[in-house]
Design a protein around this ligand. Structure first.
Ligand code: FES
Ligand code: FES
Length: 165
């Protein structure tokens, strides 16, 4: 199997590696670089658990090869919080509203929410809520029934939180 030299920046850290042409990006992030917050489940682009930011866009890492990320800036869930440990607003909203249980889907959910809230910067209210809700159609959560996630979305949209059920 042919190998390729790649350089990827993950959460601000530059990594040089040699990878087989067939190595998936999610597999590379987890197994070669140790960013195990990126979860692999369906590996068919359906569940959203493997979502990471590639050059600012939310992407399914199970549908990309590591070689395709050569030269890219990748953000995984490990890179979402500030350097001092302050949670990203989407992480805080999920925490505040019981938007996770087992947490398996949560890294992908949080990365997608972070991209949507960034794209909606300066906006507030129903449009933001609608954009975040639509984006969640790409994420399967088997635990929460989505109610906590929806409360987190309302908090992020500036509509206030509901009391947790
Ligand atoms: S593991 Fe990538 S979408 Fe499910
Ligand atoms: S919190 Fe368990 S799958 Fe979403």
């Amino acid at each position: 199997m042919s190998e390729h030299a790649i350089e990827v920046t993950v959460n601000g850290n530059r990594h040089a590696a040699r990878v087989e042409a067939r190595t998936g990006l999610g597999e590379f992030l987890r197994d070669a670089l140790g960013y195990t917050g990126t979860h692999l489940a369906c590996e068919h682009g359906v569940c959203g658990a493997c979502t990471v930011m590639i050059d600012g866009q939310a992407m399914r890492s199970c549908l990309m090869l590591a070689v395709q990320a050569d030269g890219a800036e990748v953000t995984t869930i490990e890179g979402l919080a500030a350097a001092d440990g302050t949670l990203h607003p989407v992480q805080q909203a999920l925490k505040d509203n019981f938007g996770l249980q087992c947490g398996f889907c949560t890294p992908g959910v949080a990365i997608t929410m972070a991209c949507v809230t960034r794209d909606c910067a300066g906006a507030q209210g129903p449009d933001v809520e609608a954009a975040l809700t639509a984006a969640m159609s790409g994420h399967i959560c088997r635990c929460t029934g989505y109610q906590g996630i929806r409360r987190a979305i309302r908090q992020l949209a500036g509509a206030g939180t509901e009391a947790a059920a």
